[in-house]
Structure formats: C-alpha cells, structure tokens
Design a protein around this ligand. Structure first.
Ligand SMILES: CC(C)(COP(=O)(O)OP(=O)(O)OC[C@H]1O[C@@H](n2cnc3c(N)ncnc32)[C@H](O)[C@@H]1OP(=O)(O)O)[C@@H](O)C(=O)NCCC(=O)NCCS
Length: 315
C-alpha cells in the first residue's frame, strides 16, 4: 500500500456488494427516469459519491479499487449518500460540482470568494498552510484532545483530514479555519462545514442541507475562551458574507467543554441522537444537537453574547 493512503479494515463483503449494486445497477437504472441528473454512468456516480465521502479526489486518500480498500465507515457514508440521491434527499448537481471543483475541472462549486483570513482579538482565522501539518498531527495524536472521538489519528489520517478541511473553502466558500495565535502559531481549527453525511436528526436526512460549526484545539490553547471567540468571528462571516441562514453543532453527550462553547454562542439544545458513523452500543454514539439561526444571532459586528475573556482554567 503506498504511503499516505488510508489503511485499516477491509469493508465487509456485504458492504462491498451493496456498493457495487448501487453504482453499477441501481443509480444508472434510476438515471433513465431522471433527465435532470448531470451524470448517468456507473463510474461517474462512483466518482461523485466517493469524492464527497472523502472530502476530495478519493484516489488521494484510498488506493483503488475503492470498494475493496476504503475504510468501512467511509464506504458506508458513500452508500448512504447514494441512497439519499435515489430518495431525492441529495442534490446530485451540487455533489457533482464539489467533486469537479476539487479535481480542478471547474472553478469553485459556489459563487463566492473566500478571504485569506479574518482577524480577531488575539488570534487570526486563516486558510491552512503546509506548516500546519505537524502541529495538527500532534494534536490529533493527543488522547486527551481526542477523548470524545472514537480514536486518535495517525500522521497519514491527520494529513488527509487537513487537506480535506482546506478543500472545503474551494467547494463551499467556507470551511474550518486554521486558528493562529501570535507567538504560539497554529493551535487548531474552528469553523463551519456543509454537512454531507445524511444525519438522523430533524432536517438532517437531506445531504448538504445543514451547515455544522465545530472546533478542535491543542490542549495548550484550552480554557481561554478561544473556541467561543473564534467561532463568533467564523459565524459572523458565515451569516454575513456566505448568507448561511442557520447552523447546527453536535458532540458526544459527555463532551462538556464543547457543549459549553455551544451554549456560550447562544445555541439552543435541540435533541439527542445516535451518531450514524459509530457502531451501536459504542459509548460515544449518544450525541446532542444544538442549533443557531442567523436572525437574532450576532450577525453584525461579530460580538459574542459574552465576549469577555473567561477565567483561565489552565493552571
Ligand atoms: C471544546 C474545545 C474546543 C473548547 O475550547 P476552549 O477554547 O478551551 O473553550 P473555553 O475556554 O470557552 O472553555 C469551554 C469550557 O471548557 C472548560 N474547560 C476548558 N479547558 C479546560 C480545562 N483544561 N480543564 C477544565 N475545564 C476546561 C471550561 O470550564 C469552559 O466551561 P465554562 O464555560 O463552564 O467555564 C476544546 O476543549 C477542545 O479542543 N477539545 C477537544 C476537541 C473536541 O472535543 N472538540 C469538539 C468536538 S465536537
């Protein structure tokens, strides 16, 4: 297996069969009755679904054939997306434009240009650079940072994630920003992602219909209110420049620091749900969902409801 590709468990045969049946037979067959679909043949459906499940050209993170080498969870995501397309719960045109934009075949998938950076008080939100790879890999390898995720990430996984995160700006016009603190450098990310995986919460079944705000910071940056202040700035840009009407945020039920950030942002608890990427009975499967609408939020001026620096919890 070449270096830099995702390795691990092979998808179970039943999942491989479902994938082959979906892209080789069901989608091309359904395309006959869907003149508005931008593609009709098996390999085009495979490209669109796999790229969107990988957040970039799939061959950059998975060795071909994808159905045999893709991590099972990611193949299941691609299958869910195909099912959403068949059920008219995903915009195949949008998914196709994202894939083509990542492959350099068209310009950006949405008509908006992204600023190189946004400046906050004591931090900058900016596009990712290659120098972020090492500190990002370090925080992804820290079990304490990844306590509420299924596992830490190795260097390859971290690198693939960094590229997929930055590509979001090309396909969607916004994405999780790299957070830089003067004197400290890169400390993590804060920002929004179009939610492509169909999710089991109200309105979540339509792929791409929701925008999720999220954060992950190195331990050295915790406890200074940085996530809240950075998210406030990112949200002002999202609600203003990008015209996004509402966002969701979710986390494992026990992730109190992340829930506190959501609450400080003025987000309202909406519901509990089970995360579809985790197996039944996994301790992290129970998740909480919060929502925030642009109207009535701090769309103008980028001021958080509580913008004063919180007590420092690091000592
Ligand atoms: C979630 C996260 C981004 C919060 O960032 P932050 O800048 O530290 O956030 P804040 O300083 O506003 O603190 C948020 C809450 O976490 C608590 N907290 C932060 N650092 C802490 C620490 N070292 N010890 C104890 N509590 C801490 C604070 O008590 C605060 O709660 P409060 O509002 O009741 O005071 C950060 O903890 C993190 O990166 N965690 C790991 C990755 C993660 O879980 N991401 C979210 C996935 S959905």
């Amino acid at each position: 297996m070449p270096k830099g590709l995702l390795t691990g468990t092979v998808p179970p045969v039943a999942l491989q069969r479902r994938w082959r049946d979906l892209v080789d037979r069901r989608l091309p067959q359904a395309a006959r009755a869907r003149p508005e679909w931008p593609v009709r043949v098996d390999h085009c459906f495979a490209r669109i679904l796999l790229d969107n499940a990988c957040g970039g050209p799939w061959r950059e993170s998975v060795a071909p054939p994808a159905w045999a080498n893709m991590p099972p969870d990611r193949l299941a995501f691609a299958i869910d997306l195909g099912e959403a397309v068949l059920a008219a719960k995903a915009d195949l045109g949008l998914l196709n434009r994202r894939s083509l934009a990542w492959r350099g075949k068209i310009g950006r998938a949405v008509p908006t240009s992204t600023p190189a950076s946004l400046t906050g008080q004591g931090f900058v939100l900016r596009r990712w650079i290659r120098a972020d790879d090492a500190p990002f890999a370090a925080l992804n390898a820290d079990p304490e940072v990844m306590r509420h995720f299924p596992s830490t990430k190795n260097r390859s996984e971290s690198l693939i994630e960094a590229r997929a995160i930055d590509r979001r700006f090309e396909s969607d016009g916004f994405g999780p920003w790299a957070v830089e603190v003067p004197g400290e450098g890169f400390v993590g990310f804060v920002g929004a992602m179009r939610l492509i995986r169909p999710m089991p919460f109200a309105g979540g079944e339509t792929a791409g219909a929701n925008v999720e705000i999220g954060w992950r910071l190195a331990r050295s940056a915790w406890g200074r209110g940085l996530a809240t202040r950075a998210a406030t700035l990112a949200l002002a840009d999202l609600f203003g420049r990008c015209g996004v009407p509402a966002v969701v945020a979710f986390t494992a039920t026990g992730n109190t620091p992340s829930r506190r950030v959501m609450e400080r942002l003025g987000m309202a608890f909406s519901e509990d749900f089970l995360h579809p990427a985790l197996p039944a009975d996994h301790p992290l499967q129970p998740h909480v969902l919060y929502r925030l609408r642009a109207e009535g939020a701090f769309a103008e001026g980028g001021q958080a409801p509580t913008d004063k620096a919180p007590e420092d919890h690091r000592s």
